[in-house]
Design a protein around this ligand. Structure first.
Ligand code: NAP
Length: 494
């Protein structure tokens, strides 16, 4: 039996893309599962003038594909209210407060409030300040603030933003979203490690040769060129998602699977990430920008510089790869390679853990070394695991072959697995901040990224340097070859 949660949700940016594509469907899923029943209400706010009825139509439209019935959708949507609101206008908060208090009473919400900032981070400071100054924060019940990425564009701006928000909300009331942390298989990293002694006992530099993390997107920037051209892959992906995944892979076992315990271990791991000196950036990091697809490609795709709202001489990277080292007892000298980019050969996120080879090859493989054992965690769109093992080939000789033990969740299971946003909203309702990023994590990650950004910003680079549909620039292959490794996942190899 799911426990009903009582809360008033106020969504800033209620007319925006994120609200429509992710938030309303996630709230509906929680409604379907009984976490939200009668005692909840949602206020959508944005500048445009909408009526409640029009807003409800938008909400119903956003859940059309997942709804049980039109009646059910209508009942759900009846909990939604629209309030036209300019976040920079102090007086508008008074109107919002009146509506909030009215709904609180009507739905008996006990002062529980969840403020979702689904809009530009430029407004996060002013919204939090006004929520406090205009008394929208209740004295009874809980008050929680969910914030979307990006959290600053470097350490200084993140610190400034954090100070603004902290003037109104305590750290334990702030839920910084990194939607990768809501993904089923990312959460499964801890289960694989700490639920299997056979794995955790080998989870260190004695047995692991290197770890490879790939977050590959097949699409280009689409219509987000304007935003992306000011951000780039380094800020958009490394600072948050990739460093978060690395912290989960690298952390020590927590004493309990609880937010404070896990967070302590993640922060320790992130602090052990070796900061580059400026002259080390080039040897450890690769950047790229996609050009058009190759001539023989069936699809004729534009290069990044031809995309809408992108400067024709843009120096923004759409690809980044790197080698990260973690200076602690467990991980000394084990490279954590990562790559992420747009317009790559195939969409997919996976982690490949390459174990050390046997010390002596006893088998007859024409003097070839035995392939390394690889544990793969498939994060999306496929969810599952595989383990590659060497076994004897059937026959008279002593040749080996590599077998792949594989479990991939069925399409049905994957389709039914909770959406990242659904899980994260529920976590927030439960006051569980395990899968959100703490300020200390944000700060440490920015400090790592800032050194790279500063170095890159001082050098002009010859872009584009990879074709749409490839797996990024050749320098990304070279990064591993120099160390005697290769990318395990090569979707572009026929
Ligand atoms: P969006 O579609 O541009 O929505 C922005 C919202 O802000 C609109 O509802 C807009 O409505 C409102 N707004 C703008 N200025 C306002 C003001 N002065 N007062 C009140 N409302 C104002 O943006 P989005 O794609 O939903 O993204 C929202 C946030 O989520 C951003 O931080 C983004 O980086 C993050 N994010 C989005 C996605 C995604 O898939 N979309 C994914 C990850 C993170 P009006 O014009 O009516 O005011």
């Amino acid at each position: 039996m799911n426990t009903e949660k009582k809360a008033l949700f106020t969504i800033f940016g209620g007319t925006g893309d994120l609200a429509k594509r992710k938030l309303y469907p996630s709230l509906y899923r929680l409604y379907k599962k009984g976490y939200l029943k009668k005692q909840f209400a949602v206020i959508g706010t944005a500048r445009r003038e909408w009526t409640d009825d029009f807003y409800r139509e938008i909400v119903i439209d956003s859940i059309r594909d997942i709804t049980d019935s039109p009646e059910h959708a209508l009942k759900f949507a009846s909990h939604f209210y629209y309030q036209s609101h300019n976040v920079t206008d102090v007086n508008h908060y008074d109107t919002l407060k009146k509506l909030s208090n009215k709904l609180d009473e009507e739905y008996q919400l006990n002062g529980n409030r969840l403020f979702y900032l689904a809009m530009s981070p430029n407004f996060f400071g002013i919204i939090s300040q006004n929520l406090k100054d205009r008394d929208l924060i209740t004295t009874c019940g809980f008050n929680r603030l969910i914030i979307e990425k990006p959290f600053g564009h470097d350490f200084e701006s993140a610190l400034k933003l954090n100070n603004q928000i902290r003037a109104s909300f305590e750290e334990n009331q702030i839920y910084r979203i990194d939607h990768y942390l809501g993904k089923e298989m990312v959460q499964n990293i801890s289960a694989v490690r700490f639920g299997n002694y056979i794995i955790e006992s080998m989870w260190n530099s004695r047995y692991i040769d290197n770890i490879q993390i790939t977050l590959s997107e097949s699409l280009g920037v689409e219509e987000r060129g304007g935003y992306y051209d000011t951000s780039g892959a380094l800020r958009d992906m490394l600072q948050n998602h990739i460093l978060q995944i690395i912290s989960l892979l690298a952390m020590e076992p927590p004493t309990r699977l609880e937010d404070k315990e896990i967070r302590t271990e993640k922060i320790k791991a992130l602090r052990a990430v070796r900061l580059f000196e400026p002259n080390e950036v080039t040897g450890h990091m690769v950047r790229g920008q996609y050009g058009p697809s190759l001539d023989d490609s069936s699809e004729n795709l534009n290069g990044y510089r031809e995309e809408i709202n992108v400067a024709p001489d843009s120096q923004t990277e759409t690809f980044v790869a790197g080698k990260i080292l973690i200076d602690n007892f467990r991980w000394m000298d084990v490279p954590f390679y990562f790559r992420t980019g747009k317009r790559l050969a195939k969409k997919g996120t996976q982690i490949d853990i390459e174990f050390k080879n046997v010390p002596l090859n006893l088998f007859d493989n024409n003097d070839e070394p035995l392939p390394a054992n690889i544990l793969t965690i498939y994060i999306q769109p496929t969810e599952g695991f595989s383990l590659e093992l060497n076994t004897k080939k059937i026959g008279l000789g002593l040749e080996t072959e590599t077998l792949k033990l594989e479990h991939k969740h069925s399409a049905e299971t994957t389709a039914n697995s909770p959406e990242a946003y659904e899980k994260l909203i529920l976590d927030c309702l439960n006051g569980d901040s395990t899968n959100f990023t703490h300020w200390d994590e944000v700060a440490t990650s920015w400090k790592f990224v800032d050194v790279i950004r500063e170095h890159w910003d001082n050098e002009t680079v010859n872009f584009p340097n990879y074709a749409s549909g490839s797996m990024g620039p050749t320098a990304s292959e070279q990064l591993l070859i120099t160390d005697g490794f290769k990318w395990h996942w090569c979707p572009n190899e026929k």
